[in-house]
Design a protein around this ligand. Structure first.
Ligand SMILES: [Zn+2]
Ligand SMILES: [Zn+2]
Length: 70
């Protein structure tokens, strides 16, 4: 498994697109797992920080329609 950017041995795989990335080229992206309204009507989010991200792809929060498939 090698980094898709530089060809060095990869340290992990992007959570979103599956590309392998090395320590120099990975990024961390906090992802929001859920949003809920706590007491006193204060919106709160559950965020997971440090998700391995390749820094290249653009994770979408919603499913993307892909009409060109048909
Ligand atoms: Zn790299
Ligand atoms: Zn990616």
């Amino acid at each position: 498994m090698i980094c898709h950017k530089c060809g060095q041995p990869a340290m992990g795989v992007c959570k979103f697109c599956g590309r392998a990335v090395c320590g120099d080229h990975h990024s961390n992206m906090p992802i929001i797992l859920s949003v809920y309204v706590g007491g006193e009507n204060t919106p709160k989010t559950i965020v997971v920080a440090d998700v391995l991200w390749c820094g290249t792809c653009k994770p979408q929060p919603e499913p993307i329609p892909m009409p060109e498939i048909y």
